[in-house]
Design a protein around this ligand. Structure first.
Ligand SMILES: [Ca+2]
Ligand SMILES: [Ca+2]
Length: 345
């Protein structure tokens, strides 16, 4: 709630800023074409430096960019997004532009993949993409960075939001390339983002199970592939998703007759479910029987399983019949058709 509000305010702030710049002409004297001088956000897309990427800021964090860069990334991966004074609330999303993208370390090889950076980062790399997905799977930024460093075998103090090409950090550079290669080499129809999402889930699960997992482990790509199969339909996802309703079984007769003024005691019902097994004590019984008043009454039985599937309702019908008529042992007979009888007193 609070972050949402802050986000809104930030957005309103930058809109008014844009308006102010547009009205006053800004400080730029040469082109005057864009008001980006005071409020724009810049960073780099790096695996090696990747040129030809279109970057955008996702301000409302719905996974879709809202403000786009004015141009594709240059040969040092630079991007500039106008109208964004900082990215403390926005995720940066970079995708290959219309003409394709290229990692300048690998000339001629198209770079395929969507890279993202979490709020607070300006460098968009395979490492920051993993951090973003760990956050998307419920981790804080700090937790996501700890998990990422551990998974990539990086030093626990290593800054992740850096230009590791310029500062010569080979460990980070190698780790970034390893993440990209891992994702790129998985033979899957899933998108790059979905694969990194699956990788993040695998990293989290292994961590929670206190099992070691390193990017260099041969099983890693297999685990990621399995994870995407799970989440894309007929895998274990259906196991955890119970769609089968419980079944109620009535105890006693479904139609009961009670003498006026007599006692009615409900015989109840039982309920069972594929996932929850016995749900008898969860049955909700509705309706009342007024044995002082002749008439027909309904008692209803309902139950839901823990997945929210409702059982078909069961109804018991109770006829309260006149007590001054002795229907004998054949309680099913229609009393009104019987001849008057001598009271049994
Ligand atoms: Ca958005
Ligand atoms: Ca069920």
């Amino acid at each position: 709630m609070l972050t949402h509000k802050i986000k809104r305010l930030a957005l309103l702030g930058f809109i008014s800023l844009l308006t102010a710049c547009g009205g006053g002409g800004g400080g730029s004297s040469d082109s005057g074409s864009s008001p980006e001088t005071s409020s724009s956000f810049s960073g780099q897309v790096i695996d090696g430096y990747i040129k030809g990427m279109m970057c955008s800021a996702d301000i409302d964090n719905d996974g879709v960019g809202d403000i786009f860069a004015t141009s594709y990334t240059d040969s040092q991966g630079n991007y500039t997004i106008p109208g964004l004074s900082d990215n403390s609330q926005a995720t940066i999303i970079c995708e290959p532009g219309n003409d394709g993208a290229e990692d300048i370390d690998r000339p001629g090889v198209p770079f395929i993949g969507t890279l993202t950076a979490p709020p607070g980062y300006s460098k968009v790399t395979p490492i920051s993409t993993l951090v973003t997905q760990l956050i998307a799977n419920g981790k804080s930024l700090a937790e996501a960075e700890v998990l990422t460093r551990s998974f990539l075998g990086l030093e626990t103090t290593l800054e992740l939001d850096v230009d590791f090409i310029a500062n010569g950090d080979n460990a980070a550079n190698t780790a970034a390339q390893a993440v990209h290669n891992l994702i790129s080499n998985i033979d899957s129809t899933e998108s790059y983002s979905d694969l990194v999402d699956a990788l993040a889930q695998v990293v989290i699960e292994k961590n929670e199970a206190q099992e070691e997992l390193n990017i260099s482990d041969e099983t890693t790509s297999e685990l990621v592939d399995q994870k995407t199969n799970e989440s894309s339909g007929s895998g274990t996802n259906t196991d955890s998703l119970d769609t089968q309703a419980p079944v109620i079984t009535l105890s006693g007769l479904s139609v009961v007759e009670v003498m006026q003024g007599g006692n009615y005691i409900d015989a109840g019902a039982t309920a069972s479910d594929n996932a929850d097994s016995d749900l008898t004590d969860k049955i909700v019984i509705g309706g009342e029987v007024d044995t002082n008043t002749i008439g027909t009454y309904a008692i209803t039985y309902n139950v839901s399983d823990s997945a929210g599937n409702m059982a078909a309702q069961i109804v018991r019908t109770i006829h309260v019949i006149a007590s001054n008529i002795d229907t004998g042992s054949n309680s099913g007979l229609n009393a009104s058709l019987l001849p008057p009888q001598v009271p049994s007193l």
